[in-house]
Design a protein around this ligand. Structure first.
Ligand SMILES: [Mn+2]
Length: 244
C-alpha cells in the first residue's frame, strides 16, 4: 500500500483540487488537518472531503483550527483562542452561505483522528515529542481513533489530562518532534520552502508549506515501510488567494 499525505489545506479549495490530481487511485489518503479557517472556501473544502470520506480509503487528522472551530460553534472558547475567533466568524459565514451548518461541521469534526500510526509511520497535525509518544503508546484509545470514539473513552486516558495531551501536545506542539524510530509526518508550522522538508536526524517531514499564505500546498507519497517515494508541491491557486 502507498500513502498520499497532504499538508494544511486551510480552505484553499482550488489548490486542494490541484494537488489531488497527483493522487493515484491506489493511494490511501491522509490529510494532516486544518481544513478550514484562514482561506476563502471552507464549505467547498468540507463538501469535497465528505465525498472523499464516503469513498473510503482515507484518514483525516484533526488540526488546531478544526478543533477550536468545534469549540467555537459549541460556544466554548477560552481567552487563548480569541485570536482565532476573528477568522471563525468569517469562516462560519462562508460555511452558512454555502449550505454547511454547525451540525454538519460537528459531524465532520467528530470523524477526525488525532494520530494515524502504523509500524513505520506516524502522522499527526503538529508532530510528537518522545514524551508524548510514550503516553500515546500507553493509551491505545488514541491511536487511529476518531474524536468521537476518543471522547467516549476519555476517562481511560492515563498520563496527562485530556486537554494537555490531546489538545496542547498533539495539535499545538511547536517543538521540533523527536526521533521515535519511525517516520513522522506533520503540518501546523508553515515552512517557506516550496517543498516538504525532511529532517533526517529526527526522521521527520514537515509538509505544511503555507497554502493560505499564498505559498503552496504540499503532499508526499510514501510506501508502507515509510520510504519517501515522491514529494509534490503546487502553488496556491490564484482563486484561493485572499486579497482582503
Ligand atoms: Mn495550519
Amino acid at each position: 500500500m502507498t500513502f498520499f499525505i497532504i499538508g494544511d489545506i486551510h480552505a484553499c479549495f482550488y489548490t486542494f483540487q490541484n494537488i489531488l490530481k497527483y493522487k493515484s487511485t491506489e493511494d490511501y489518503l491522509i490529510c494532516v488537518g486544518d481544513y478550514i479557517d484562514r482561506g476563502l472556501f471552507p464549505a467547498q473544502t468540507i463538501h469535497l472531503l465528505e465525498e472523499i470520506i464516503d469513498k473510503g480509503r482515507c484518514s483525516l487528522i484533526m488540526g488546531n483550527h478544526d478543533y477550536y472551530y468545534f469549540k467555537f460553534i459549541l460556544g466554548n472558547t477560552s481567552s487563548q483562542e480569541i485570536y482565532l475567533k476573528l477568522d471563525f466568524e468569517a469562516t462560519r459565514e462562508l460555511l452558512y452561505q454555502n449550505g454547511v451548518s454547525d451540525n454538519d461541521m460537528i459531524h465532520f469534526i467528530n470523524k477526525l483522528l488525532f494520530i494515524y500510526e502504523t509500524n513505520n509511520i506516524l502522522v499527526s497535525h503538529a508532530g510528537v515529542t518522545s514524551e508524548v509518544y510514550k503516553i500515546i503508546g500507553e493509551n491505545s484509545v488514541i491511536k487511529n481513533s476518531s474524536y468521537i470514539d476518543i471522547k467516549a473513552n476519555i476517562n481511560e486516558i492515563k498520563g496527562y489530562g485530556e486537554y494537555q495531551l490531546l489538545y496542547d501536545n498533539l495539535i499545538l506542539n511547536r517543538e521540533l518532534p523527536d526521533n521515535i524510530d519511525k517516520l513522522q509526518i506533520h503540518g501546523h508550522t508553515p515552512i517557506m520552502c516550496y517543498n516538504p522538508i525532511y529532517y533526517p536526524k529526527i526522521n521527520c517531514l514537515n509538509i505544511d508549506t503555507g497554502a493560505f499564505l499564498g505559498w503552496g500546498l504540499s503532499a508526499i507519497r510514501i510506501d508502507e515501510e515509510g520510504k519517501i517515494l515522491n514529494t509534490y508541491f503546487v502553488n496556491t491557486d490564484s482563486r484561493d488567494i485572499n486579497c482582503s
